[in-house]
Design a protein around this ligand. Sequence first.
Ligand SMILES: Cc1cc2nc3c(=O)[nH]c(=O)nc-3n(C[C@H](O)[C@H](O)[C@H](O)COP(=O)(O)O)c2cc1C
Length: 193
Amino acid sequence: MKLLHLDASSLGQHSVSRELTAAVVAKLAREHAGLDVTYRDLTAQPLPHWTPVVDAASEAARLGEAVMDEFLAADVVVIGAPMYNFSIPSQLKAWLDRVLVAGKTFSYGESGPKGLAGGKRVIVASSRGGIYSSGPATGFDFQESYLRAVFGFIGIANVEFVRAEGVNVSAEHKTNAVASAHDSIGNLTTKAA
Ligand SMILES: Cc1cc2nc3c(=O)[nH]c(=O)nc-3n(C[C@H](O)[C@H](O)[C@H](O)COP(=O)(O)O)c2cc1C
């Protein structure tokens, strides 16, 4: 089983989402002997903003191909996705810009768009300072809702979220939110993809 592990937090060792993706990968590694993990740190080695590939031999083209190949090869994709300004970090957006590619992960046909990347399991570790799962800010969640939409578009309907929210509300709230996210990691099913 192949797993692609992505982190997109800029907070290094203080990052909640990095702690959670590491815990998800550790759990899956315990359950699947020989798990083949590819790691990509989208802030340590940021992808440039997407631009059209004019030279197939360029570094930009090589990177784009590497990102797509890693994604297509993966049975499971584990993504650390902090909320930045109600959405996702631009480093993660730059990765998505290389993964949502017509003819590779989706196609347009007479009956509309069709996802071509079905069959993968996607687990997102979502961290956010405020609370969006209930209360007055629910309409401001363009982070999880966006990720659900883009992966649904390419054929992955059931994105699984492990979430620590309200981490900036108070120290106590953060402790509880992270503990609750770890509980939900413990409850992830052991299915493969
Ligand atoms: C640039 C930036 C923008 C942020 N924007 C939001 C936001 O819009 N809403 C929110 O609830 N928290 C926001 N936060 C707080 C983060 O979502 C929170 O600290 C989260 O834990 C970040 O994930 P990480 O710990 O993995 O880095 C922001 C943090 C940063 C650094």
